[in-house]
Structure formats: structure tokens, C-alpha cells
Design a protein around this ligand. Structure first.
Ligand code: KIV
Length: 293
């Protein structure tokens, strides 16, 4: 059974928490799908996690399509949501619809996500009217890192909290099917969740939201211990991977790997003939002399 935007709406209605994780490639998508993760976010955080950029601003449509296509192939029943990268929708409503369409047609996404509030209501409405479901994203919106002057918690004072509430209502009215709340004080995220009919998905926004999302490298400690405050480490895959890499190096250096069971046999007579052909047979003087010249 494929999860859809209807599944998420039902989950909100019956209080079944939505589980979403970022994912950027086929083999990880398969593992997550087999584990039962319900929503896959092909986040533009792939700029940091996969491409090594300091932020998400350099990520292109081609990057997103490339990774989304791989994830879609391994997604199983998960709902695949793909981020719209910086400047793929801010430029105009028309660009927003065209680029959202590319993420669906070329990337295999079932929905798109974009950052921003009331200013982007026309974009959300137009994309939704083109039959592409939109997940909105408020609070700390990483594409605004330069405008914010850094990555900080949003909505802590009355003015910015009220703006966040207005933005949340505006994106719902525009037709967004869900809302990500990133780095928002937990009581404010709870209030947004209470006033909206659509499901909220939190990251650093407490546990009253309708679901949670994490960057998978953070929850698996794949950053050498540099996970953000809100990201709980659920398994130390980073340490396990390093252990595996170190064992591979040791065994390759000392000759323990590959062992006989990792190789392919050949008939002894065939091998003897080949040794002769290569001039390596002990009695083959002529071949030895040829090899020496
Ligand atoms: O790109 C991303 O990973 C995200 C999550 C942090 C929600 O937008």
C-alpha cells in the first residue's frame, strides 16, 4: 500500500504520529522502506550531507532530480516528497509550477516541499492547482540563512510568533497538505498543530506536532558526533561504519581478505596450461628467456 497525502491526513485525525526521514539514495531508501518509515523527504539538505556544501543554497534542480529519482526507485510504500531548491520557486509562480512539475515528472516525487509563508501562498496555490501536493516549511528555513544571519530558533518573541501563526494559516488556506516546523519552541509548535487542520511535522519543535522528521545522518551519528541539539542519536551507524572500514584495511593489508571463499575456482589443468602460456611454468626455458628480454 502506497502512503499518500490522504494517509497523512488520516494519521492526524487518529493521532497516529507521522514518521518522516530525509533520504537521498536508492539503497538507504530500501532500508528505510523495509523498516516502515512512512514519508521520505529528499531534502535539499543533500547539499550538506551528500555534496559537502556549507549550506543548501548551491543545490540545483538537477541535483534534486538525480537524487529523487534514485529514492523513488527504492521507496516502496513511502510517500516521496522532494524539496524545491533555492531559486527554483522564489523567482515566479510560473517557475514554481514548472519546477514542481519537473520534480514529479523527472524525479518521481509524489509531492514537493518549499520554504516560506504568506509570501509564497500564490506559489503554493498554483502548484496545488496543477495537481501537485505541496508541503510547506516554516520556522528555521535554511534557504534564508543569509536573510536570518544564521541558523537560529524562530518564533521566540510575540511578533515573530504571531507572524509564524499567520504564515501557517496562509499556507493552509493556499492548499498545502502538510507543514514542516523547524526549530520552533515546542508550545508554539503545539499551538500551530492545534489550529491547523493539516498535519504538522516537527524538527526541533517538540513532541506535540503530528509527526517528526530528522536528517538521517544526524539520527545515525554519521557526522563524527556533530549532530544538532534536537537530533537524538538512535543508532551509532557512524562508529559501526568506521569499524567496518578499519577491519577492511587491516585484513587487506595482512592478506586475510579476500579468503578462498570470496574467490572463483579454475580447473587445475587449465591453470597449468595458462601458466605455460604466460611463460611461468618451471620447465619452460624458452618462455623464461623471452620474458627476460
Ligand atoms: O532539507 C531538509 O532536510 C529539510 C528538513 C530539515 C526538514 O528540509
Amino acid at each position: 500500500m502506497k502512503n499518500t497525502i490522504i494517509t497523512l491526513q488520516r494519521q492526524k485525525s487518529c493521532g497516529d504520529k507521522i514518521t518522516m526521514l530525509t533520504v537521498y539514495d536508492y539503497s538507504t531508501a530500501k532500508l528505510m522502506s523495509e523498516s516502515g518509515v512512512e514519508v521520505f523527504l529528499v531534502g535539499d539538505s543533500l547539499g550538506n550531507t551528500m555534496l559537502g556544501y556549507p549550506n543548501t543554497l548551491s543545490v540545483t534542480m538537477e541535483d534534486m532530480i538525480h537524487h529523487c529519482r534514485a529514492v523513488a526507485r527504492g521507496a516502496g510504500g513511502a510517500l516521496v516528497v522532494c524539496d524545491m531548491p533555492f531559486m527554483s520557486y522564489q523567482t515566479s509562480v510560473c517557475d514554481a509550477v514548472a519546477n514542481a512539475g519537473r520534480l514529479v515528472k523527472e524525479g518521481g516525487a509524489a509531492a514537493v516541499k518549499l520554504e516560506g509563508g504568506a509570501c509564497f501562498a500564490p506559489h503554493i496555490r498554483a502548484i496545488t492547482e496543477a495537481s501537485i501536493p505541496v508541503m510547506a516549511h516554516l520556522g528555521l528555513t535554511p534557504q534564508s540563512v543569509n536573510a536570518f544571519g544564521g541558523f537560529t530558533v524562530r518564533g521566540k518573541d510575540e511578533a515573530s510568533g504571531a507572524r509564524l501563526l499567520d504564515d501557517a494559516k496562509a499556507i493552509e488556506e493556499a492548499g498545502a497538505f502538510s507543514l514542516v516546523l523547524e526549530c520552533v519552541p515546542a508550545p508554539l509548535a503545539a499551538l500551530v498543530t492545534e489550529i491547523l487542520a493539516i498535519p504538522t511535522i516537527g524538527i526541533g519543535a517538540g513532541n506535540a506536532t503530528d509527526g517528526q522528521v530528522l536528517v538521517y545522518q544526524d539520527m545515525l551519528a554519521m557526522y563524527g558526533g556533530k549532530s544538532p541539539k534536537f537530533a537524538k542519536v538512535f543508532a551509532d551507524a557512524g562508529a559501526l561504519m568506521k569499524e567496518g572500514f578499519a577491519a577492511y584495511i587491516t585484513e587487506t593489508k595482512n592478506g586475510a581478505f579476500p579468503a578462498e571463499e570470496h574467490g572463483f575456482p579454475i580447473d587445475k589443468d587449465v591453470m597449468n596450461a595458462l601458466r605455460g602460456y604466460a611463460g611461468r611454468e618451471s620447465g619452460n626455458q624458452e618462455a623464461k628467456e623471452t620474458a627476460a628480454t
